[in-house]
Design a protein around this ligand. Structure first.
Ligand code: DUC
Ligand code: ZN
Ligand code: ZN
Length: 492
């Protein structure tokens, strides 16, 4: 099967060029000046991309489909399965996801990986890979990490300094795991918050009757994110400059820690998510009548200015951080390398409402896999980043960071034909109430309900197969394949 994308503008991190793209089977066969392949018309299927951008399919490096979340006696499972979540991702111009098998305390890494393969295999509309979560640093899990790098195509591991009793690892365990990732040339992903301190603040808040969703943010103040980032940066130094990638960064202070480390030439990278770039506590978590629960995710959505709770406690003068502005700047300056979503949806009706009267019981997570490309493109429209940087942070860099480049992340001869045709001339309305394209995620609300953004996914191609075209879904479960990853391209 051959496809010809004609008359479009191909965008990569290094620029944009008028090129036609010829796809043969699963890969890009050739690219050339407009009209170069016109002799093939009649023999190939043609997609007209006049006035549109032709970009590499999105790579969302941080998602959680059907993730069991919460303590053992009260587990809730994130509401998108691999089937529904990857279909929604395809609708949103994403052609590769990286999900995360979970090893908790006392569990076996290899069993968790086998379980994730069982959940994903045969169900995904798009290609998928895994980062392995290590919740229990033991000789067995350290040995398993070696096995995963050498034999399973898993070259990155996620650890947590948050969630004591569930995923939390202490500093010694973190250092030991970093020594292992450093030796292997693998990357450690870190959820960086000071879990024990947060647990104390949560307990104190509940004791004084502060039970509304907004207290989820007040009890996870941004200095406790920055402190955890700083500690991890130091530990990675002690581990011999072991590569560190801080996931879902939400605050200006945490960003300062990353920027300082990078300034000193350290192997430290950061990721943020659309919710931290676009949403503020005042407009979301602080909504009355428990509606704020829809936006409970971790780290929390930050205040427009600063965190009133911790500045009040410390008696500090009010100072304006503007977390969102800081994060956009970080994205522009490459202090933040990647935008992912941390897609982890929970329905309001039967999941979020479990936390009425106790915000700490609200399952943590937002659905966003379908909207990252358009929400970050809006940053192009508003002048925060360039068109090239959009492609870089949403596709090329995650592919390079996690050992999938140039198979993924670029429109180039020999690369997988994972391509999105993007129409900048129209708009998208986001949400369950959206008039012509209600969201496809298995969640009963949207964190971005009613947002009208410029641009729209027009056509989505995954390894040469058209998944979305003319507002029609043509994909199927099982098209997506497991991607074995190599080592990161960013490390020498
Ligand atoms: N944060 C979330 O919001 N959900 C899942 C896990 C996490 O770290
Ligand atoms: Zn996390
Ligand atoms: Zn996550």
């Amino acid at each position: 099967m051959r496809l010809l994308i004609r008359n479009g503008t191909v965008v990569s991190p290094t620029g944009r060029v008028a090129n036609d793209v010829l796809i043969d089977g699963e890969v890009v066969a050739a690219m050339g000046v407009p009209g170069q392949f016109d002799a093939l018309i009649g023999e190939v299927e043609v997609i007209d991309a006049a006035g549109k951008y032709v970009i590499p399919g999105g790579v969302d490096a941080h998602v959680h489909m059907e993730l069991p979340f919460g303590p053992a006696d009260d587990v809730m499972v994130s509401s998108d399965t691999f089937e529904t979540g990857t279909r929604a991702a395809a609708w949103g111009g994403v052609t590769t996801i990286i999900d995360m098998p979970v090893q908790k305390k006392g569990e076996h890494v290899m069993e968790s990986l086998a379980e994730w393969h069982r959940k994903a295999e045969g169900n995904c509309a798009i290609d998928y890979a895994f980062h392995q979560i290590i919740g229990d640093v033991t000789p067995e899990s350290l040995a398993a990490m070696r096995h995963l790098v050498d034999h399973e195509g898993i070259t990155s591991f996620k650890l947590f300094t948050a969630y004591p009793g569930v995923y939390y690892v202490n500093d010694g365990e973190l250092l030991q795991a970093m020594q292992t990732t450093g030796e292997l040339g693998a990357i450690m992903l870190l959820h960086a918050e000071n879990g024990p301190a947060i647990d104390l603040l949560v307990q104190q808040a509940l004791e004084r009757g502060a039970t509304d969703p907004v207290h989820h943010s007040f009890t996870r103040p941004s200095p406790l994110e920055a402190e955890a980032v700083h500690r991890a940066v130091v530990l990675s130094q002690i581990a011999g400059n072991a590569p560190l990638y801080v996931v879902h960064m939400s605050s200006g202070e945490a960003l300062e820690e990353i920027a300082a480390a990078r300034h000193h030439g350290r192997n430290v990278f950061a990721e943020t998510c659309p919710q931290y770039l676009w949403l503020t506590l005042e407009e979301t978590l602080a909504r009355p009548d428990f509606e704020g629960a829809k936006w409970v995710c971790t780290p929390p959505i930050r205040s427009r200015d600063n965190d009133p709770y911790w500045s009040g406690l410390a008696g500090a003068a009010h100072r304006s951080h503007g977390h969102q502005a800081d994060l956009w700047r970080g994205l522009r300056m490459n202090e933040i390398a990647v935008v992912a979503t941390d897609h982890c949806p929970f329905c309001f009706a039967d999941q979020k409402t479990r936390g009425i009267g106790n915000f700490s019981k609200i399952p943590n997570g937002l659905g966003g896999v379908e909207h990252r490309m358009e929400l970050i493109y809006q940053g192009v429209v508003t002048g925060e980043i360039t068109l090239e940087r959009w492609v870089e942070t949403c596709s090329t860099t995650p592919a390079r960071m996690f050992g999938m480049y140039p198979q993924k992340g670029i429109v180039a001869p020999g690369s997988d034909a994972d391509i999105v045709v993007w129409d900048p001339s129209t708009t998208t309305t986001i949400g369950v109430e959206a008039p012509d394209r209600k969201h496809h995620m298995a969640i009963d609300h949207s964190a971005f309900e009613g947002f009208v953004v410029d641009g729209r996914v027009d056509t989505v191609i995954s390894r040469g197969t058209v998944l979305v075209r003319e507002n029609q879904y043509l994909g199927r479960p099982g098209h997506g394949r497991y991607v074995r990853r190599g080592l990161s391209s960013y490390l020498v």
